[in-house]
Design a protein around this ligand. Structure first.
Ligand SMILES: Nc1ncnc2c1ncn2[C@@H]1O[C@H](COP(=O)(O)OP(=O)(O)OP(=O)(O)O)[C@@H](O)[C@H]1O
Ligand SMILES: [Mg+2]
Length: 375
């Protein structure tokens, strides 16, 4: 899977930008705030129908403008043209000129793996981030999972609204049970798939962690869920009273978590900075391998600020790894062109360099086209 051309109009700080990528390693360099990460985010958007960083499309429109548009030309067995337009609070997504009725139908067509300094939130933030990682990774290659998940979320909202409406007083247990039945069916399937996923995914992850860290510590992923103890149907039934008082649903797969361990100790509490960095990169590389194994197609690898925020040793190992045949097209960003060139010098894959200028944030900025240096 490759992206050939990318065109942006009024997307974040980019007024109008046209880029033509090579099939190997593409390096985007430029000063802080010049829009490097935004370009990776645009590629991510075309694959996932939303920004990696910001779920509010309105905020992605360049200041002072009324719409944004991202246009990508992919080689995905056959040429595939994806166009996103957002304006007047309305988003349209087209594949080869045809408008999608439901955005969800686009998920899994194009796969990207995005490695960014923000990945650290997987370790440090709350369980929602980890569930998002889990759901994102599974849904890319499992449409029924995505459908079950969206059904489950809808049912959860309905059950919570029903509990809220009762304001803590009596709720009809029979009516509550009708919610339980439908939620339990979807939730139980999601649980089974998450469990199967973790066991398939863990060996990939362990392999990359050991490679990156050279560490003797044994990393493991622990899937934390109440559903290991009891079926969701029973959990929901047993929590009727608590849920009535709390006015929300306290049991279910929306409470699941993923625990990151190193030799049986929680990484968040005991891991060194280097171990944490290796851990998150290994999670993302395992995601790459998982997609590749499932689909037979190489995802597009997006590496944000890879030499800046990840230390030299790990970045060197990562580059050595990705330059092997195993990985396909890569887009890298960095503030220092020379630093990137040094790192990539010895690699025999095709390379292309793009230099962004710092743009003034005015509405009347001229159309900017990056200078290309085929080095
Ligand atoms: N809606 C928007 N309209 C205009 N500018 C925006 C918008 N959203 C973000 N920006 C600008 O985009 C710039 C950030 O772009 P980006 O994060 O891609 O920079 P970068 O080149 O990756 O920088 P760094 O080297 O610091 O990572 C900021 O200057 C920010 O103000
Ligand atoms: Mg950046």
């Amino acid at each position: 899977m490759r992206i050939g051309g990318l065109q942006l109009f009024y997307f974040k700080n980019h007024e109008e930008r046209h880029l033509q990528f090579c099939d190997g390693i593409n390096c985007i360099t430029g000063p802080n705030g010049s829009g490097k990460t935004n370009i990776l985010d645009a590629v991510y958007y075309l694959a996932n129908t939303k920004s990696f960083f910001n779920g509010i499309d309105q905020q992605l429109i360049k200041h002072g403008q009324e719409f944004f548009s991202i246009h990508g030309f992919f080689e995905n067995e056959t040429p595939t043209e994806i166009l996103v337009n957002f304006g007047n609070s309305k988003k349209t997504l087209k594949k080869n000129g045809k408008v999608y009725r439901r955005l969800i139908d686009h998920i899994g067509i194009i796969q990207t793996v995005f490695i960014t300094p923000y990945d650290i939130s997987l370790i440090l933030d709350g369980s929602e981030e980890r569930r998002r990682f889990l759901d994102f990774t599974i849904s890319q290659t499992d449409r029924p999972y995505l459908e079950q998940l969206s059904l489950y979320k809808k049912l959860l909202d309905q059950r919570n609204a029903f509990l809220k409406q009762a304001e803590g007083s009596h709720v009809d247990p029979v009516l509550l049970e009708t919610f339980d039945d439908r939620m339990a069916e979807a939730g139980q399937r999601i649980f089974e798939k998450r469990r199967a996923f973790i066991s398939a995914f863990t060996p990939y992850f362990q392999e990359f962690y050991v490679y990156l860290s050279g560490d003797a510590e044994h990393p493991t992923l622990l899937y934390v869920s109440e559903l290991h103890e009891k079926p969701l149907k029973d959990l929901l039934y047993l929590s009727h009273n608590r849920d009535r008082v709390m006015q929300r649903t306290g049991s279910g797969i929306h409470k699941d978590d993923l625990e990151f361990l190193l030799s049986d100790y929680p990484l968040k509490k005991y891991g060194s900075q280097g171990q944490i960095k290796s851990y998150v990169i290994a999670l993302k590389l395992a995601q790459y391998k998982y997609f590749l194994e499932k689909t037979g197609k190489k995802p597009i690898l997006l590496l944000d600020d890879i030499f800046e925020k990840i230390d030299g040793n790990r970045a060197g190992k990562l580059m050595e790894l990705v330059a092997r045949d195993y990985f396909g097209q890569i887009i890298i960003t960095d503030t220092h062109a020379e630093q990137v060139k040094d790192h990539l010098e010895g690699l025999t894959v095709e390379k292309k360099y793009f230099a962004l200028e710092k743009t003034l944030n005015t509405n009347a900025a001229p159309a900017q086209n990056s200078s290309e240096d085929p080095a």
